[in-house]
Design a protein around this ligand. Sequence first.
Ligand code: HMG
Length: 440
Amino acid sequence: MAEVGIDGMEIRTGKLQLDLAETFAPAQGDDPEKYTKGLGLFTSSFPDVYEDIVTMAANASRRLLDRKDISLEDIGRIDVATESAFDKSKPVSTYVAGCLEQVFEGDLHHANKGERKFACVAGTQALDDAYNWIRAGRNRGRKALVIATDTALYARDDAGEATQGAGAVAMVVDENPDLVTFSDQQGFGSADETDFLKPNQQFPSVDGKRSMQVYLARMREAMEDFERNGGDTHPDNFALIPFHTPFPGMVRRAAALGFRHCIRGNEVEEEVAEEIGRQPRQEEFDSHEAYLDAQKEYTETLTETDQYTDWYKQTIEPTLAISRYVGNWYTGSVHIARAAGMQEALDEGRDLTGKQLLIGSYGSGAQAEIHAETIQSGWEDEISQLNIDEQMEQRRDISFAEYERIHDAHNHDENREMDPLTTPDNEFVFDGWGRMGERK
Ligand code: HMG
């Protein structure tokens, strides 16, 4: 059976940019380094008034179909992953399909359309659905269009406000893909959690500190499940490890715990032990608290070793290059981390063909998923065609007063009559309900 995976991707950022150090921090009375050093974020992306989850998804998809010369007839399935949906009945994929039918020949009446929800992990779940659909042979030679799109907004003055972002990632899943293939090795960590939720409300109720603990606990479970399923997590196995990135500081923590886990019992732990001693074992301590304290101290020291810093520089740091400047995109976040890592590797002239990625996805509520991917020979061509750097450069920097207005404008789509801050250029725009996705 043919290998299945991601054949190509496109990324679309919101057209506005909020500078966290220059604009947001002074207005909040915060030290800019809380954001730039603490969270690891410099700017965030925002949608202009004529942009939303549909327009960003449709614009990313349009460029992907154009670039890969894919016709509507070639697509058998459209799945949109989002946690910013505005309609409890009609899936966002139908709106996106409607947009695409305006600009491509033919229609998408034959395509199965759906919407996937499980906080940020839904983007990866939708890829999984597409993979299973193709592997089951139900695709009749057709491809799946999988889109992760979100406007990740928090209530004003919520602790999460600095981590906001907006953007879409469109991916085509197909047989014999150009970018990466998926493996059957997968691990899950899932539990009923209430640290981040939006029950009939637009902005999340968040216990931020607890959400970080839940992220790490579920990620550890997923790693263990991946290993039980035959996955080998030795740190040398992976060229890049893209994690769900609500903000880079979260990944910094996950990476340290992940590395500690992955070296346990192997020669890397032995090498490190010569410098800093062996990892504490539960049985060596009288109380669990004492064991946890020793583990914390060991992890802090571990992150200062050459083994860790070299590994981090090579496999983690490159995956953060985009998210530092766009913020959290919820469902799209881990997919921009994959793209960022591969883009940085391309710039550095690293040859990734045949190498493995370990993808760590996460969604509040909560579920972590870990799987391996193999990079295909077409990766350089695919990644070199991304235009996310140009899009980021072209974003309009907004003042704090503009930020306040734009935040309101996207609050349940009230005040959408506000004048846009940028000019749309031959793209899908929100032009009023019932006229969704008209083209300028
Ligand atoms: P906070 O509590 O205001 O920030 O918000 P803080 O006081 O913890 O500071 C953040 C970091 O900056 C800390 O670093 C500080 O020490 C440091 P750390 O100790 O963690 O390494 N700091 C400074 N550094 C240098 N100079 C300074 C300075 N001041 C402070 N002057 C919080 C942080 C994460 C709570 C907040 O951003 C939040 O609530 N975010 C939203 C929730 C979130 O993103 N959670 C992440 C895990 S859950 C997840 O990823 C799922 C999600 O994507 C949703 C979904 O799945 O749908 C969110």
